[in-house]
Design a protein around this ligand. Structure first.
Ligand code: SAM
Length: 194
């Protein structure tokens, strides 16, 4: 299968991050996480790109995203996959992201309002899983909902120290973990809250 790496990088470079923000739009060009209200953030752009590239997306794949937030990462996932199932627990963020992504004419995104810490069993398995908030440990439900041959990117750790992990499930169902970088995300609320 051909990698979409080059296409993802060039799509990412032309994205208008300020479109996904309601305030501080003039700061959107800076490579830093920024507040989007409700004590949440739109992620640092370079990290959004790093996490997306690590997922190694293919056009026929089904993706689960935990933490829709502003919808910025969701747009990038949706542009390079068959469908995205995204969950956000804060109603206002969920509603705004849904509006924005509709304005961009995405028709392959399924939104859910609620706690996504145990995944979205109804539509599992997923070829790819992207988690954009930090869990104390890798949720076992997400490992179960990951397709054979699938990949997941997830920040794991405490409020002070987290590592970004790439989790891969091989064709025998065995799990392999690679440490990608050190990161600092807002907490994943719910069952796996640190
Ligand atoms: N990629 C997003 C962006 O760039 O806008 C970043 C989102 S922010 C770092 C993490 C999001 O995860 C927040 O919007 C937060 O409300 C959400 N979140 C935290 N715990 C969650 C949970 N258990 N279920 C669903 N969403 C959750």
């Amino acid at each position: 299968m051909k990698s979409q790496r080059k296409e993802i990088i060039s799509y990412f470079k032309q994205m208008d991050r300020s479109f996904f923000m309601d305030s501080n739009k003039d700061l959107a060009v800076f490579d830093q996480a920024l507040p989007i209200g409700f004590e949440q953030t739109i992620s640092q752009p370079s990290l959004v790109l790093e996490m997306t590239l690590a997922l190694d997306l293919h056009p026929e794949q089904k993706v689960l995203e935990l933490g829709t937030g502003s919808g910025f990462q969701t747009a990038l996932l949706a542009a390079f996959s068959e469908s995205v199932y995204t969950i956000e627990r804060i109603e206002e963020l969920h509603a705004r992201a849904k509006e924005r992504l509709a304005q961009l004419n995405f028709q392959n995104i399924h939104f859910k309002l609620g706690d996504g810490s145990e995944g979205w069993k109804e539509f599992a398995p997923y070829d790819r899983i992207m988690v954009t908030a930090a869990a104390a440990e890798v949720p076992k439900e997400l490992l179960e909902q990951l397709e054979i041959g699938g990949k997941m990117v997830i920040p794991v750790g405490s409020s002070f120290s987290q590592e970004l992990r790439l989790i891969e499930k091989d064709h025998q169902g065995k799990i392999y973990t690679t440490l990608l970088s050190e990161v600092l995300f807002v907490p994943l609320k719910g069952k796996y809250e640190r």
